[in-house]
Ligand binder design. Structure first.
Ligand SMILES: Nc1ncnc2c1ncn2[C@@H]1O[C@H](COP(=O)(O)OP(=O)(O)OP(=O)(O)O)[C@@H](O)[C@H]1O
Ligand SMILES: [Mg+2]
Length: 313
């Protein structure tokens, strides 16, 4: 559906995107993660044909986005960073204008406008100029604009930026539903969003792909995968005993509960089993005990930290 091959973009001497390759299958939701300035928005502008690559190519539905730009645009919806253009237009006029530009007939425009207003819950603001909307509503108008012509590929640059928690949830559900018959690329700084919506995640830093995996696999690379958190009355004695297990690689004490601590596993070691055996042997009964599947923020930090960049260069 989308095929990116050896894509690069330079601005002056800066490699904003540096030899990126990946492809996206139909029905897949791909998340771009990365620190500020990583090259996420630039990659999206290259995919949508908004920028010309310095090297490499992008194919959408088998067509080169530059050489066959018009054919590709028909099947593409793009939400850029920030607020929609034409801020002095009323929301309904703006969406109608976009639908016209997309070549929809009068009847189609009416239907699609009703559908997208409903999907993004815009009915209350349809008669208001875009500039006078709150940040979250501007974002929702932007998303509506991408859906007007019912494209099969969506490229959404931080779609939930500025939305309140209810609307974030609503838009995530919408994206999950859209994925049934569309291919979606989105960028986000909200790691839980990737776990909630994306089938696959690319971690980008310094214009390069640092990881390309499912959110579940990424989480399993975390130091916290298999970590055991315990709450015991004899905290110090128990912590010392459990810290000395060969299966324990480290220990972190809770800030808000003096009786709680987390044991980090030695990679590959069955920490939970070892902890249970130790507790049984000592006759200690924990007040609470849980095992973690891992933390995406931990993996993100390790992959995108300056140290990691230096190592992989
Ligand atoms: N038009 C431009 N001219 C010059 N430099 C640019 C231009 N667009 C982007 N850059 C540079 O390219 C790099 C990547 O920027 P980009 O906007 O793609 O990052 P990003 O991953 O989207 O960051 P953020 O999370 O802050 O949105 C940055 O160093 C940026 O300053
Ligand atoms: Mg960006």
């Amino acid at each position: 559906m989308i095929e990116v091959t050896s894509l690069s973009k330079q601005f002056g001497g800066v490699n904003a995107v540096d030899d990126i390759s990946f492809s996206v299958e139909p029905g897949q939701v791909l998340g771009f993660l990365g620190p500020n300035g990583a090259g996420k928005s630039t990659t999206m502008r290259l995919i949508t044909g908004f920028y010309r690559p310095s090297a490499g190519e992008v194919r959408v539905l088998g067509k080169d986005v530059h050489r066959q730009r018009r054919q590709v645009q028909q099947h593409l919806g793009y939400l850029p960073e920030g607020a929609p253009a034409y801020g002095d237009m009323r929301v309904d006029h703006y969406l109608d204008f976009i639908a016209r530009a997309r070549g929809l007939s009068r009847a189609e425009r009416k239907n699609r406008l009703r559908a997208v207003s409903e999907q993004l819950e815009l009915d209350a603001v349809l008669k208001q100029p875009v500039d006078t909307l709150s940040k979250g509503f501007k974002r929702r108008v932007g998303i509506a604009q991408t859906l007007v012509h019912d494209p099969s590929v969506l490229v959404l640059d931080e779609p939930t930026d500025g939305l309140d928690p209810n609307q974030k949830q609503h838009v995530r559900e919408l994206l999950r539903n859209l994925a049934a018959d569309k291919t979606v690329i989105l960028s986000t700084h909200i790691l839980e969003e990737v776990e909630a919506v994306c089938h696959r995640a690319l971690i980008i830093a310094g214009g390069r792909v640092r990881a390309d995996s499912t959110p579940g696999e990424l989480v399993r690379q975390s130091r916290y995968c298999g970590a055991v958190t315990l709450e015991l009355p004899n905290t110090h004695e128990a912590a010392a005993a459990l810290r000395s297990l060969p299966e324990t690689a480290g220990i972190e004490f809770s800030v808000d509960n003096p009786n709680r601590f987390t044991l980090l596993p030695t990679p590959g070691a069955p920490l939970f089993v070892a902890v249970q055996a130790k507790l049984a042997g000592k006759g200690w009964a924990p007040q609470a005990m849980s095992v973690e599947s891992g933390r995406l923020d931990d993996v993100f930090r390790r992959i995108t930290s300056n140290d990691a960049v230096e190592v992989s260069l």
